[in-house]
Design a protein around this ligand. Structure first.
Ligand SMILES: CCCCC/C=C\C/C=C\C=C\CC(=O)SCCNC(=O)CCNC(=O)[C@H](O)C(C)(C)COP(=O)(O)OP(=O)(O)OC[C@H]1O[C@@H](n2cnc3c(N)ncnc32)[C@H](O)[C@@H]1OP(=O)(O)O
Length: 302
């Protein structure tokens, strides 16, 4: 069975994020997802969407306490909310931020990658791929208002955005720190980073698993602006206004031209990428590394 839940329409692949949900009622979910968003807020348990139709934008807040780790549920709700906004012509941009104090996102949920079976790992990885593809190729302007720590998968999400504003707090570090966990960032995480900060800086950042504090993140180009914490949202809004002053069709075609080759690399090998992940994460040595890392996270408190 093909692992990729998508269908081809002309040259475009439409992904159906719920198609891999266990027991998903496709028709009902599909029609709900295609409804107009309107002026009232919508969202789900873990993704809050505050639409401003007059401005053509929506603020999307991740709210999966305590740390917005990217569980299968959060990934699913995230993709569904994104698709709703993508399908509603009212919306031209999204500001992506966190509703969890001090953390943008702790990255992939370690509990999804520990002690589970291969079928679960495959389902989980497919959901991670899906979110990345959706975000990376989004026609909307995506601005990350990073109001907290932003490691690993959290950083990846911010890197898919068109612009990153980071709050100036030394605790709000950002980077792909996978090697510190004894794991390896997949090629498409690496590609996304290289496209943002260049090859040499990525090589050093990835091998050392560097989590950059705000001033350094700005210096290497991991973020575009660092502002006082209480100005993150307003800065994101004014940056959005600038991006929305560009005609959509020209901006969208340009974005696609810049990003398509990178996305296509994953699209062409989604299944083998899933198999690689499942094989890698199922290794005893990797499971042990993740357990040790989780133990350290828990010990930190006590
Ligand atoms: C060669 C082939 C290659 C193929 C590819 C193969 C593999 C690639 C595989 C994976 C790629 C993974 C990318 C990732 O995203 S891995 C996740 C990395 N994330 C981190 O390192 C962040 C860890 N967390 C933190 O540093 C802190 O929690 C944080 C700074 C975010 C917040 O600190 P704070 O002090 O506020 O909160 P804590 O007390 O630390 O945490 C509260 C609570 O949450 C739990 N937790 C934290 N992070 C995670 C997580 N990512 N997943 C699950 N759970 C998490 C933490 O353990 C605490 O739990 P508890 O003690 O209250 O039970």
């Amino acid at each position: 069975m093909a692992l990729v839940a998508g269908m081809r329409v002309g040259s475009r692949v439409l992904f159906r994020p719920w198609a891999w949900l266990p027991g998903a009622a496709l028709g009902r979910k599909e029609s709900a997802a295609r409804g107009r968003v309107g002026a009232r807020g919508f969202g789900s348990q873990r993704v809050l969407v505050e639409p401003d139709p007059a401005a053509g934008i929506a603020v999307m807040k991740l709210k999966s306490p305590p740390v917005n780790s990217l569980s299968l549920e959060l990934l699913t709700e995230f993709v569904i909310s994104l698709e709703k906004l993508e399908n509603d012509k009212t919306f031209r941009g999204i500001i992506l931020t966190s509703d969890c104090p001090g953390v943008f996102s702790a990255g992939l949920d370690l509990m999804e990658m520990c002690g589970k079976n291969p079928a679960h790992y495959a389902e989980y990885w497919k959901a991670v791929q899906e979110l990345w593809l959706r975000l990376y190729l989004s026609n909307l302007v995506l601005i990350a208002a990073i109001n907290g720590a932003c490691p690993a998968g959290g950083c990846l999400i911010s890197l898919t955005c068109d612009y990153r504003v980071l709050a100036d707090n030394p605790k709000y570090v950002i980077g792909l720190n996978e090697t510190l966990l004894g794991i390896v960032a997949p090629f498409w995480f690496k590609d996304t980073l290289v496209n943002t900060i260049g090859h040499r800086t990525s090589e050093r950042a990835l091998q050392l698993g560097i989590l950059f504090p705000p001033a350094e993140a700005l210096q290497v180009g991991m973020v575009d602006k660092v502002v006082p914490e209480d100005q993150v949202q307003s800065t994101a809004l004014s940056v959005m206004a600038q991006w929305l002053s560009i005609p959509d069709h020209a901006r969208q075609l340009t974005k696609n031209m810049m990003r398509k080759a990178t996305a296509d690399r994953l699209v062409k090998q989604r299944d083998s990428d899933i198999q690689n992940f499942v094989g890698f994460i199922s290794r005893d040595s990797i499971q042990k590394s993740l357990q040790v890392y989780l133990g350290k996270l828990r010990q930190k408190k006590g």
